[in-house]
Design a protein around this ligand. Sequence first.
Ligand SMILES: Nc1nc2c(c(=O)[nH]1)N[C@H]1C(S)=C(S)[C@@H](COP(=O)(O)OP(=O)(O)OC[C@H]3O[C@@H](n4cnc5c(N)ncnc54)[C@H](O)[C@@H]3O)O[C@H]1N2
Ligand code: MOO
Length: 641
Amino acid sequence: MNKRHVYLNMKTREEARNIWLSHFAEKVELAHETISSVDAVGRVLAEPAFARISTPNAHLAAMDGIAVLAQDTFGASETNPMDLKVGEQAFYVNTGHQLPPQTNAVIMIEQVQVIDDDTVRIETAAVPWNYVRKVGEDIVATEMLFPTNHLVTPTCLGALLTGGVFEVKVKKQPKVLVIPTGTELVDWRKIYPEELQPGRVLETNSWVIGKLIEQTGGKWIRNTSLDDDFFVIRQAVERGATEDYDMVLVLAGSSAGSEDHTANIVDNLGDVLVHGVTIMPGKPVVLGDVNNVPVVGVPGYPVSAIVVFDEFIRPMLCHMLGQPEPLRKKIMVEPTRKIPSKLGLEEMVRVKLGRVGDRVAATPLPRGAGSITSFTEADGIIRIPNENEGLHPGQPIEAELLRFNRTIDNTLVAVGSHDNTLDLLADALRSRGGYLSLSSSHVGSMGGLLAMKKGMCHIAGSHLLDTETGEYNISYIKTYLAGVPVKLVHLVMREQGLMVAKGNPKNIQSVEDLGRNGVRFINRQAGSGTRVLLDHYLSKLGIKPSSINGYGDDEFTHMAVAAAVQNQVADAGMGIYAAAKALELDFVPVITEQYDLIIPEGIFESEKIAILLETIRSDAFKKRVDALGGYHTERTGEVLI
Ligand SMILES: Nc1nc2c(c(=O)[nH]1)N[C@H]1C(S)=C(S)[C@@H](COP(=O)(O)OP(=O)(O)OC[C@H]3O[C@@H](n4cnc5c(N)ncnc54)[C@H](O)[C@@H]3O)O[C@H]1N2
Ligand code: MOO
């Protein structure tokens, strides 16, 4: 059974959804149960709920005052006040009291003069049924309160109880068996995080998918994680499809590897309806039918699993529960940079969004389906259609929102060079308890200048050294942002240097050592301030870039360079002290450099920027920056131009 499975016929998302939902349209029927109305919040009615009693169940006073027979008061006016006898023509009532017999209106106490214990005076006539809540005004016994398939909410509970419906018949929650598979997986409940061995992976998908099932109104039972063994996994799927489960999910093993059994197992036990959909992430999904139970082979990568939940599992649960699928709101956005896409696949690109002027800027996040943070950091999803090779910067496209519009309006968009203090800044802004958040995307200093020129960001972080004057950023602004009025605010001074393995085994002491035989370097991308700095040193020292082994290999952030050194992909990389410290690397200082924020003049006086400046100038923020090590904050917050 270890044959490598070749994809059946790839289907488009639309085709796959139709096959999947229509195949089970008549087959999936949830059982019913009768439960207390209070427990039914979040559940779906299996039959209509009819009121058993009326409410109000008598005529009730709607105001504090006197109950009267309206006809008795006709003719009363300011010029013709009328006296009423208490206990005969007028009866004191409070809001909610039942009206005394033979009365049909209430006069508010403010409009009543008390003459003595037995007499009250009025100056306006009462209109029949004024300030009275009549019998059955809200609910009439036998009326239908809610139809079949109604989702009970806390407010619906109010109507049910008021109508005397203390129990309701609801659909049983769809019960889903979730089977994680993969010999490399480790149960997080059984280890300390630091004990995780290299190559082992924490089993997270079942928990994420399980909680998504709960959110959709289902229940989940987690099978213990199974090794990649055809027979063991088949047995679990068979059990799920013959016991009283409404759906079975096999996590991982969906693609083409020698250990990827899901499609074969479904084929062996039932029918594979779809294997392979032209979406990315989520491509290798398996949709099948075993014993009339929907079975999904959910791809192992965390983001692929979430996408498959959104596209196929949630729709099936909603179908079972008779609920419409929740649709995400959509808005038009513009990419801040080029987003290439594979022809023939519908790519779902996670993006950060922020309103800049009258446009919403969309910055793509890393696309790897293994990166869960590319989903948690995303504000929206852009779908690039199958027949499209990608998007140009500024090309308008629809994005599905993962957050509220308000959040997007209140996001400061930072595009440019990466610095760890931006993370602290983002946290400091959020922890003010206000509404403002910072989203930063790391495209290097020059990338930030370009985004600013196109009006796609509020902030560009930059540390571009003018090698002739020794000054930072200003000459670059003059050259690249000519005609774009901007302000420059100093953020931090920081140590740049060479990150090397702990103990510095290759004894790298300076930039000159990078050209030595046996030293492998990892560079930063062209256009990054760090690259400019390195090139400056190389030319000053007369070292040819071509003489450095690895000069052509680059990474986009300080942390990525640090990780390359930690993983021994390289012996040295240029970056900031904080990144070296974070990964416990040694650090050889080269220079203290200046890192500033460029901000468009047009928004410099805005409330958002005022909050930003107040935050970076605060002692609390500077203290946190200093604690990172390798930073100097003496001039933090100074406006330079
Ligand atoms: N030759 C090909 N290889 C792959 C293809 C392909 O078309 N041809 N497709 C790729 C795509 S796209 C995806 S998505 C993955 C799907 O792989 P599987 O569903 O077979 O899953 P695995 O390979 O076992 O795992 C992938 C990845 O995810 C981790 N994982 C698995 N389960 C969990 C879990 N429960 N919690 C957390 N993480 C999990 C696993 O360790 C792997 O790192 O295949 C590509 N390959
Ligand atoms: O389809 Mo895979 O899910 O692209 O990563």
